[in-house]
Write a protein that binds this ligand. Structure first.
Ligand code: CP
Length: 310
C-alpha cells in the first residue's frame, strides 16, 4: 500500500487505508525521538523548501525538525523575506523555487487552493501546511495520531469541535478525517461563526456548548481567529468566553477520560481557560510532539517509502 497522490493537498479524497498507513508509519518514526541520535538517513540527498507565506510557530518548526531527522536538506523562507513583497506572483516565485530542483515544497498560504495551484505547475511534491480557511491536513493527521494514542481507535468516538469553525481549516480537515475513520463529530459555534455550508461537512451541529461537550471522548477547542475577522462576530470576548470557553465545569460534562485538544496558538481565558489548558486532560503539547512524527511519515511516504519505515 502507498499513497494515491504524490502530493498531500488535503484530507479530502483520502481513503481510510491511506490515513491508517500515515498513522502507522508515524508510530514507527515516533521511536526516533526516543533515541540518543535522533536522525535517520531516509531522505539524504532530498531537498525540501518550506515556503510559509503566513505566520506559523508549530507547523514550520515541526516540518523543519521532521526534515532534519530524516537527513533532508531544508530551505526556509517566509513572505516578508521573499520577493513576494516586491510584487512577484506566486507562480513566478514557484517557478524560481523549482529551478533549484527541490523534491518537496511545503507551503502555507492565506489563499485557499494555493497548494493545488503549485501542484499544477511544479514537478516537486507539494505539501499543504495550511491554505486559508480551507485545509490543514497534517494538523488533522497529528490530531488523529494523538487521539489514537489515547483511545486506541477513532471509529465510534464522540468528538466535539468547538469555536471559530467559520475560519478554521483545522476543523474542516479534522471533520473530513474523523468522519472518514468513523468517528461521531459535533461542531459547535455561535451562529455567526458557523459556515453557511456546514451541512456539507456531514457532522452534527449545535450552538450550545454544553450539548456539544456532554459525553464527548475528545473536546477539540479552536482559536478565535481575530486576524480573519473584519467585523464583530460576537458582542465581546468576555461573552464569548462565557458561552463557548472550555472551563473545568464544562469539561466535567464530557466523558470521565475525555482528552482536551487545541491546535494552537491558544487564547488563554477566551476559548480555553488556563487550568484546563494545563490540566491532566490536556494533550495540547503531545499534539506538538506528535506533529514531528506525522510529518516525517508524510514526507517519507510521498518520497515513495513503503510500510517498513525507520
Ligand atoms: N497548529 C498550527 O497550525 O499552528 P501554527 O500556526 O503555529 O503553525
Amino acid at each position: 500500500m502507498n499513497l494515491k497522490s504524490r502530493h498531500l493537498l488535503g484530507i479530502s479524497g483520502m481513503v481510510p487505508e491511506e490515513i491508517t498507513l500515515i498513522l502507522d508509519t508515524a508510530e514507527a518514526f515516533a521511536q526516533i525521538a526516543t533515541r540518543e541520535i535522533k536522525r535517520v538517513p531516509t531522505l539524504r540527498g532530498k531537498t525540501v523548501i518550506n515556503f510559509f507565506v503566513e505566520p506559523s510557530t508549530r507547523t514550520r518548526s515541526s516540518f523543519e525538525v521532521a526534515e532534519k531527522r530524516l537527513s533532508a536538506d531544508s530551505l526556509n523562507f517566509t513572505a516578508s523575506a521573499s520577493s513576494l513583497v516586491k510584487g512577484e506572483t506566486l507562480l513566478d516565485t514557484a517557478r524560481n523555487l523549482e529551478a533549484m530542483a527541490p523534491d518537496f515544497i511545503v507551503i502555507r498560504h492565506s489563499q485557499p487552493g494555493a497548494p493545488h495551484f503549485l501542484a499544477r505547475h511544479c514537478r516537486s511534491a507539494i505539501v499543504n501546511a495550511g491554505d486559508g480557511a480551507h485545509e490543514h491536513p497534517t494538523q488533522a493527521l497529528l490530531d488523529a495520531f494523538t487521539i489514537r494514542q489515547h483511545k486506541q481507535r477513532l471509529e465510534g468516538l464522540k468528538v466535539a469541535i468547538v469555536g471559530d469553525i467559520l475560519h478554521s481549516r483545522v476543523a474542516r480537515s479534522n471533520v473530513l478525517l474523523l468522519r472518514t475513520m468513523g468517528a461521531d463529530v459535533t461542531l459547535c459555534a455561535p451562529p455567526t461563526l458557523m459556515p453557511r455550508d456546514v451541512d456539507a461537512f456531514g457532522a452534527r451541529t449545535t450552538y450550545y456548548m454544553d450539548e456539544a461537550v456532554a459525553g464527548a471522548d475528545v473536546v477539540m477547542m479552536l482559536r478565535i481567529q481575530m486576524e480573519r475577522m473584519q467585523s464583530g462576530f460576537f458582542p465581546s470576548l468576555r461573552e464569548y468566553a462565557q458561552l463557548y470557553g472550555l472551563d473545568a465545569r464544562r469539561l466535567g460534562m464530557a466523558a470521565k477520560d475525555a482528552i482536551v485538544m487545541h491546535p494552537g496558538p491558544i487564547n488563554r481565558g477566551i476559548e480555553i481557560m488556563g487550568d484546563v489548558a494545563d490540566g491532566a486532560a490536556s494533550v495540547i503539547l503531545e499534539q506538538v510532539s506528535n506533529g514531528v512524527s506525522v510529518r516525517m511519515a508524510v514526507l517519507y511516504l510521498l518520497a515513495g517509502g513503503g510500510e517498513d519505515a525507520a
